[in-house]
Design a protein around this ligand. Structure first.
Ligand SMILES: Nc1ncnc2c1ncn2[C@@H]1O[C@H](COP(=O)(O)OP(=O)(O)OP(=O)(O)O)[C@@H](O)[C@H]1O
Ligand SMILES: [Mg+2]
Length: 255
């Protein structure tokens, strides 16, 4: 069992040439908590995540993982992107094993751990298949297995289920909730889907239109696994109103 890392952003700012993509931002991601980030397209969500992943150079500020600069700790971070970034020339098993390569495990242990992670996402029967032979949902499950097989202290996910159909997405939510409860990692999860954020997260951050600031910070204290029918409607309505004020004023409230 891993223990999630604490992430602290202090005055983090990102500019592309002169344009501010992320204005000065302070944020703490608490140990072992699942934080979802929602906001309009272009507001800076992916930029913020890239900062936390250590992929994005800062124009100002610093990011600390458990009190130390994040740069040298990339091996403690797992990442999942919207588009499955699997190696097409490797099988599912090969892709997950690849994530373990730098740990210097023996071949047998490396294989056993990769197989265990694939079993966890329900792909034991498909380990020898190549990405092109897998469905979109299966590929994203491989990407998920690859992200947690190293038992990262921090898991970063940028709209990982955006390309999946509603049914598959629902089963991914159950799967991710289970993995999250078991792994105890700190999670930062970007989504456009408010229901998805409320289904998964302990905390939902809402960003303003770009360059985005964190406008609101909601605690979602609901036990897991959660039922889509029992999500907090008042919070959802508030977030919808923040993101689409004109829209919610012209539509009758849904029940
Ligand atoms: N490499 C880059 N060079 C220049 N500008 C960039 C670069 N990456 C992002 N931007 C700009 O920074 C802003 C924030 O982009 P970002 O990708 O973080 O938005 P986002 O909130 O993730 O949007 P989406 O919901 O569409 O994924 C945008 O204005 C974008 O055009
Ligand atoms: Mg993005």
């Amino acid at each position: 069992m891993t223990t999630g890392a604490e992430v602290i952003l202090k005055g983090v700012e990102v500019r592309f040439n002169r344009a501010v993509a992320l204005p000065a931002t302070d944020l703490t991601l608490e140990r072992g908590r699942f934080t979802a980030l929602v906001g309009p397209s272009g507001c800076g969500k992916s930029t913020l995540m890239n900062v936390v992943a250590g992929f994005q150079p800062l124009s100002a500020g610093e990011v600390l993982l458990d009190g130390r600069p994040i740069a040298a700790q990339s091996d403690r971070i797992g990442v999942v992107f919207q588009q499955y970034a699997l190696f097409p020339w490797m099988t599912a098993l090969g892709n997950v094993r690849f994530a373990l390569r730098s740990l210097g495990l023996g071949r047998a242990e490396e294989k056993a751990r990769a197989e265990e992670a694939l079993a966890e996402v329900g792909l034991s029967d498909h380990m020898r298949k190549y990405p092109a032979q897998l469905s979109g949902g299966m590929r994203q499950r491989v990407a998920l297995a690859r992200s947690f097989v190293r038992r990262p202290a921090l898991l970063l996910m940028d709209e990982p289920f955006g390309a999946l159909d509603a049914q598959t997405r629902l089963s991914m939510h159950r799967l991710l909730s289970r993995i999250f409860l078991k792994a105890g990692a700190t999670v930062l999860f970007i989504t456009h889907d408010i229901d998805e954020a409320l289904m998964l997260a302990d905390r939902v951050l809402v960003m303003s239109p770009g360059p985005g600031r964190i406008l609101r910070d909601y605690a979602i204290d609901l036990p897991r696994p959660r039922n889509p029918a029992e999500l907090p409607h008042a919070v959802k309505a508030e977030i919808l109103d923040l993101l689409h004020p004109a829209f919610s004023q012209t539509c009758p409230p849904s029940t």
